[in-house]
Design a protein around this ligand. Structure first.
Ligand SMILES: NC(=O)c1ccc[n+]([C@@H]2O[C@H](COP(=O)([O-])OP(=O)(O)OC[C@H]3O[C@@H](n4cnc5c(N)ncnc54)[C@H](OP(=O)(O)O)[C@@H]3O)[C@@H](O)[C@H]2O)c1
Length: 324
């Protein structure tokens, strides 16, 4: 592929996050929203009016068969990620699939196997991993400038009225706090402290058995990660690292474009990263470059990292008794 080739994107599933993604895609150079696909023509048309792709399909199958499409962004509920991803891969389309990558490790492994068999690029869209403020923190922690990590406290919570029409609460499509937002505090722990030696977890549940909140502790030899997800209350949604000689705060909301505060020797400094997109542009640019370079796997969001993330979610689910 030419080094500046314009990547022609398609989107599957035209809900909330698809709108955000399309807004940021418009700001990325050498990339365009070429096609969108919905289960209904009406939704495809409405979306097309806002974002102006060349084609708006009334089925996901039609999109994956379009020879013009280079890359497909999957923005459907969790339980559909595997099926939608396989549909794309088997039609030789590169896939950027929303988090969680799938419902469990077995599904993720199948997706990776099919990507390899078809020799097609596949990546989990865990956007935080591509954001400059988060990468700054990763580098700072790795340098051990302020010593080692003693404690991480990370949370993600908001309150919404229970509504089975909202995928967040609908267990049939993977609803519940852990897979939807608990994945971010868990990502914060895995990306900085690595795998814990042991895990403690407790959850509360809605009547339909989707988890309404989840409190998790990752125990490490010399550190602890105290993690929380909840759909029952607004929480700060910060990631606070207590180091030997400083506190590093990834300010609210830590998983999206944000600032970082470093507190050391009684001094406090807040760093601003000058974001001018919603934040999805970074994963898009990375993915476009992988595609142009002929890569089949990201060197940032690697298959091993995605497998470890879903495996950890599987473990927490087992502890709290959350089955899908
Ligand atoms: N990275 C992030 O910041 C972020 C933020 C929010 C969500 N997400 C992830 O993105 C995915 C979608 O989230 P969302 O908030 O955009 O959800 P949403 O608003 O409910 O949209 C999901 C879309 O999937 C399609 N769909 C296909 N089958 C469906 C079914 N059985 N039930 C419901 N929708 C179905 C629908 O599009 P059509 O009718 O057009 O086919 C629907 O609009 C989730 O996996 C979530 O974890 C990521």
């Amino acid at each position: 592929m030419k080094s500046n080739k314009t990547i022609k994107w398609g989107i599957i599933g035209l809900g909330k996050i698809a709108h955000q993604f399309a807004t940021d895609l418009a700001k990325v150079t050498n990339a365009e929203l070429y096609a969108v696909a919905s289960r209904t023509q009406e939704k495809a048309d409405n979306f097309s009016q806002k974002f102006n792709p060349e084609v708006g399909y009334d089925s996901y199958e039609k999109l994956v068969r379009d020879p013009q499409v280079d890359a497909i962004y999957i923005a459907t509920p969790h339980s559909l990620h595997k099926g939608n991803t396989l549909l794309c891969l088997q039609n030789k389309k590169a896939v950027l699939c929303e988090k969680p990558f799938a419902m469990n490790l077995q599904e993720v492994e199948e997706m990776i196997t099919i990507a390899k068999e078809n020799d097609v690029l596949l990546m989990e869209a865990l956007w935080t991993h591509f954001l400059p403020h988060y990468n700054y923190v990763l580098e700072l922690l790795k340098s051990e400038k302020f010593g080692s990590i003693k404690k991480l406290e990370a949370d993600f919570g908001f309150k919404l009225a229970f509504d089975l029409n909202n995928r967040l609460f609908n267990k049939e499509v993977g609803g519940g706090s852990l897979l939807d937002i608990g994945i971010y505090p868990i990502f914060a722990a895995l990306s900085t402290l690595g795998n814990p030696d042991s895990i403690n977890a407790n959850a509360t549940f809605f009547e339909n058995k989707a988890d309404s909140s989840c409190d998790i502790v990752f125990n490490y030899k010399d550190a602890k990660a105290v993690l929380k997800s909840t759909l029952l209350e607004e929480t700060k949604t910060e990631a606070i690292f207590t180091l030997t000689n400083a506190i590093v705060k990834v300010n609210s909301r830590f998983h999206e474009p944000s600032t970082v505060t470093i507190i050391t020797d009684g001094k406090e400094e807040t760093l601003d990263f000058g974001y001018n997109t919603i934040g999805y542009s970074y994963e898009i640019e990375h993915f476009n470059q992988l595609l142009r370079d002929g890569k089949k796997e990201s060197d940032i969001m690697t298959f091993d990292f995605s497998k470890n993330l879903i495996k950890t979610l599987d473990t927490v689910r087992k502890i709290i008794g959350l089955e899908y």
